[in-house]
Design a protein around this ligand. Structure first.
Ligand SMILES: [Fe+2]
Length: 246
């Protein structure tokens, strides 16, 4: 092979390798981003579906601005750390004590709001607790009304911003608890850990446009949009998982 032919062959080989590498990057980079980044799901109902308990403007800002910001900031917080990417959010929550505050605040914010939207439905369409859930509520709180009073008190007395929760503890018992900021009972740093069945957002952004400083009125109205079929399903699932794990 002549010198010219060798040079031409080397050039073609180099060009082919460069082309192949570029193609590989084009295919792999979007796949990596698509499997490890988080996205904002649409609400399962229109913005005005929860009126009069929660007004459409509050829902629009809460979902489109606040929740979107948690998603965007979470993606930014994990973008440069390969150990945090490509994992279910629950896996991050379970080791949150070892992760940066930006992941804690925004990872919690994303999970909590997804859970919150799914916990609500149009007024009058939420049904009632299943027989099994009602029996557990009566066993652990005395009555449905006593449970609601405990849940309301947890939301009302949470100083500043946070959430009130109904959880199933590891022993299968129901418990009312609350967390500050965007923490939740799935985080390893939570005082009361357990499987959430119901959670209410008591940040001012959840109610201030409509209720101003009357958080108690918001908490009372919120019961009209709780979807008990969802809460009952979560309870049944938590008992099944708990039974198989014991
Ligand atoms: Fe919120």
């Amino acid at each position: 092979m002549s010198m010219h032919a060798r040079q031409s062959f080397a050039l073609r080989t180099f060009a082919l390798r460069t082309f192949a590498l570029a193609m590989l990057m084009l295919v792999c980079v979007p796949l990596r981003a698509a499997t490890s980044d988080f996205t904002l799901a649409p609400l399962p109902y229109p913005y005005d579906a929860l009126e009069p308990a929660i007004d459409a403007r509050t829902m629009q800002i809460h979902h489109g601005k606040h929740h979107q910001a948690y998603v965007d900031n979470l993606n930014r917080a994990i973008a440069t750390d390969a150990t945090l990417r490509g994992q279910p959010l629950e896996a991050l929550l379970s080791r949150m004590s070892k992760l940066p505050d930006a992941v804690r605040n925004n990872g919690g914010g994303h999970w909590n709001h997804d859970f919150f939207w799914q916990s609500m439905t149009r007024p009058g369409q939420g049904g009632a607790p299943s027989a099994s859930l009602l029996a557990a509520i009566e066993r652990d709180f005395g009555s449905l009304d006593k449970f609601k009073a405990a849940f309301r008190a947890a939301g009302l007395t949470r100083f500043g911003s946070g959430w009130s929760w109904l959880i199933v503890s590891a022993d299968g018992k129901l418990k009312v608890t609350s967390t500050a900021n965007q923490d939740n009972p799935l985080m390893d740093l939570a005082t009361d850990r357990g499987t959430p069945l119901l959670g209410n957002d008591v940040w001012e952004h959840a109610y201030y446009l409509q209720y101003q400083n009357r958080r108690g009125d918001y908490l009372d109205a919120w019961w009209t949009v709780v979807d008990w079929s969802v809460v009952s399903r979560r309870h049944a699932e938590a008992l099944t998982v708990g039974a198989s794990g014991r």
